[in-house]
Ligand binder design. Structure first.
Ligand code: BEZ
Length: 229
């Protein structure tokens, strides 16, 4: 049975609540599971439902890209791990994938409550007993266990796994360089010099930066230095 050890209103910058849970790949303590990796914790309303099936397949197909970036995936819904296990076979068949990441069985919705994943507003998103399902939440959590992104999607709308990966790229790039990323940015595009960087600093950090407005300065990312063999 899942046990929760932390509650409260979660914001960007909050420490992700720790918990113990049963998953399709065994029992976990969440902070131990995170270890020194990034983690995408994402919930779906229910097993054996159409949109969720397509979403889990899409995340499974992109798992190797997340792994390359040091990111672990973990799903959650208020179903049992036995149900998840049966459903994974369908997901693999429908999406032509091999879903390996764990899915938490949160039948009692303890973790869902701790992470505010319960749908209180959408009266159509309830199970046969009228109990609210989990919504489509995504949490990006960094190795310090800090929540870096929270997304909430309605039951009717499947997410975009590539967008979650894009945000990971933006966050990891911003942690490494003093930059932010503009609308629709993808890796390889120019980035924005962080407002805290003066023009004098920018000349050293980003020799090719250009000023569009005093508050909007674009730059290519500095080339990675390779160590000589
Ligand atoms: C779906 O995954 O298709 C779904 C799940 C719960 C409510 C509505 C749609």
């Amino acid at each position: 049975m899942a046990t929760q050890t932390s509650t409260g209103s979660l914001r960007l910058g909050s420490i992700a609540p720790d918990f113990e849970a049963e998953t399709t790949t065994g029992s976990i303590k969440f902070h131990e599971f995170i270890g020194d990796k990034w983690v995408i914790l994402f919930s779906h309303p229910e097993d054996f439902t159409p949109v969720c099936t397509t979403e889990l397949g899409a995340f499974a197909k992109l798992e190797s890209e997340f792994t390359k970036r040091g990111v672990k995936l973990i799903g959650l819904s208020a179903n049992t791990i036995e149900s998840h296990g049966l459903w994974i076979k369908d997901i693999d068949e429908v999406s032509g994938c091999n879903l390996k990441f764990p899915i938490i069985g949160d039948k009692e919705r303890k973790i869902a409550h701790a992470y505010d994943m319960i749908d209180y507003q959408d009266t159509t998103n309830v199970d046969s007993k009228g109990i609210a399902f989990t919504i489509r939440s995504v949490f990006i959590i960094d190795p310090k266990k800090t929540i870096r992104l929270i997304m909430s999607y309605p039951a009717s709308t499947g997410r975009n796994a590539a967008e979650v990966l894009r945000v990971v790229d933006s966050l990891q790039t911003g942690d490494k360089h003093r930059i932010t990323t503009p609308i629709n940015w993808v890796p390889g595009d120019d980035v924005i010099v962080h407002p805290s960087v003066t023009n004098d600093e920018a000349k050293t950090l980003f020799p090719d930066f250009r000023i569009v407005k005093p508050y909007l300065r674009f730059t290519p990312l500095p080339k990675e230095k390779t160590t000589a063999a």
